[in-house]
Structures are given as C-alpha cells and as structure tokens.
Design a protein around this ligand. Structure first.
Ligand SMILES: Nc1ncnc2c1ncn2[C@@H]1O[C@H](COP(=O)(O)OP(=O)(O)OP(=O)(O)O)[C@@H](O)[C@H]1O
Ligand SMILES: [Mg+2]
Length: 271
C-alpha cells in the first residue's frame, strides 16, 4: 500500500459486489492524488500490448507497467489513460494506481530489441505507469461471471468515458487475487482527436457499447446510472460536500488545542 493511498483514500466495502476495497477519494485538488516516481531499472517489455509497454522498477521499489509517450498511439493515449483511469477510480472501480514516471533514456541499454530501444530513447522524461499486478491473468468471461452491479458499473463507466477497448477480443481487464481490475484506458476519450465536434460526442449514445465484453452481465444499468449521479444526502451537490470537508478541517485546525490537550491528558494517565 502506498503512502498517498493510505493518506488520501478511505476503505469501504465495494458496492459493486466485489470482495474488495472501494477507494473513496478525499484528497484536496479535486480528490485526485497522482504520485511521481523515477524509473530505476528496466525489467522487460510486454510485447502483447500494441503500444509495447514495459515492466520497470522505480525508485520507490515498486514495479510498474510503463506506457511510453513515444509509442505509436501518441501522447493523447496517455492523457486518456490518466483521465479515464482516475475517473474510474473516483467512481469506485478497481483501477491499479496510476503514477507519473520519469524515464532516464539510458535505461534502455539492456534491451536488445532495436524497436524497443528506439521507443525508450524517444520517451525520455515524464511518462505514465500503472502499478504492476504480478501473476494477474487476462479476464475471460467464460471462466468468470462478474456481479451484475459491477458489470453494470463498468459498462456505464466505459460508455461515460467513450472507451472502445473493452471487447471480447481485447477485454483489457485482469484477474488478480480473484478480483477484477480495469487496465488500458488509452483508447477512451476518442473525441479528443477531433475537438471541433465535442458537444456531439458529449451527447452521443455511444453505439460502440454493443461490443462491450460485459454488456450481457450488465442488468442494473438504470440503477447504476442514478447511483453514479447521486450525492451524499444532506449536501447541496458535490460542491457542497467538498466545502463541508474543507470547513471541517479548517475549523479542526483552528481548534487543535482541544485535541492536543486531550491527547496530553490521556498520555499522562499512562505515565
Ligand atoms: N497493471 C498491470 N499489471 C499486470 N499486467 C499488466 C498491467 N497492465 C498491462 N498488463 C499486461 O500488459 C498487456 C498490455 O497492456 P495494455 O493493454 O495496457 O497495453 P496496450 O499497448 O495499450 O495494449 P493494446 O494492445 O490493448 O492496445 C495487458 O494485456 C496485460 O497482459
Ligand atoms: Mg490492452
């Protein structure tokens, strides 16, 4: 578990039927906390991915799947990966942690493949990476049937972010520790390749949802739709919720004498 997760998110039971934790963002800066690490060791290339991502180790000792900004899909694939991935996380879906990763170009020196050498050489500086899930296997709908709530939430999310890349041919989901994880959002937000018509895209029904690998499991779409749009009762919208957190901590800081004195008093009882 990484520090910013520990500090920035609280654990909850998953409402989508997974035996998992649901991350509820509570950090400032719109609730998103993206760390920056530096790649320190090149491990191997994941040749099954069209963009040739690589497993690397970083200076926090973690292993990551690095998505190169110099890959053929272009830097917008990384923008989609980050924006859609973090929206998924905010919606409570299981997405591996996403980090910014600084890539020194000399990391490529142990890679014998000239194409991958060139890819790393052309991607020096800041890139994006996902927490590596070791031992994970590709999701297979014939082996694992996801819960109706979870499947509906994933279908809703992919339609929301216009992700065309969650099909039977390429599910872009992994099973890890008997839980399902969403990866590869580089093909989401496809409207950002043609901003001139973005209003049309925002209102589009997203017909490509017909190819979604989980569509047949997604029997609770209306229910999920209203859940995704709902706010905590008692608050005037999401802005009201954010303000309530801020007010709480501002007042708490001003009143710190109260809890510091209480801690000192309680500590004295032990001495
Ligand atoms: N976080 C991860 N943990 C473990 N394995 C991963 C992770 N992310 C990706 N992989 C593995 O690497 C493969 C390629 O990753 P990904 O789908 O993100 O790359 P891509 O180049 O965008 O692929 P595509 O060919 O689907 O466009 C995945 O199918 C999976 O096997
Ligand atoms: Mg993929």
């Amino acid at each position: 578990m990484r520090a910013c997760r520990r500090l920035g998110f609280m654990r909850r039971r998953c409402r989508f039927g997974l035996r998992c934790q649901r991350w509820k963002p509570t950090t400032p800066r719109n609730g998103v906390c993206v760390r920056t690490v530096t790649a320190s060791r090149y491990v191997t290339s994941l040749r099954e991915g069209g963009s040739l991502p690589a497993i690397v180790e970083a200076d926090d000792d973690g292993l990551y799947v690095l998505k190169f900004k110099g890959a053929g899909q272009g830097p917008k694939a990384l923008i989609a990966e980050l924006v859609a991935g973090e929206i998924g996380r905010l919606a409570g879906l299981p997405v591996p942690e996403i980090v910014f990763i600084d890539l020194p170009v000399d990391l490529a020196r142990t890679e014998p493949d000239a194409e991958i050498q060139a890819l790393i050489g052309g991607s020096g500086g800041l890139n994006l990476a996902l927490d590596y899930l070791p031992g994970s296997i590709t999701f297979d709908p014939l082996i694992y049937s996801p819960d109706e709530q979870l499947a509906s939430a994933i279908v809703w999310f992919d339609a929301f972010v216009c992700n065309v890349d969650r099909t039977v041919r390429n599910a872009n989901m992994l099973m890890w520790h008997r839980r399902l994880w969403l990866i590869d959002h580089g093909a989401a937000l496809y409207f950002h390749h043609a901003w001139n018509r973005h209003d049309d895209h925002a209102m589009s029904p997203f017909k490509l949802i017909k190819d979604h690998v989980l569509l047949r499991f997604a029997g609770a779409l209306r229910e999920i739709d209203s859940e995704m749009k709902s706010d905590d009762p008692g608050f005037d919208g999401k802005a009201g919720q954010r303000k309530a957190y801020l007010n709480f901590f501002e007042l708490r800081l001003r009143s710190s004498d109260a809890f510091v004195e209480e801690a000192i008093r309680a500590r004295a009882a032990y001495l």
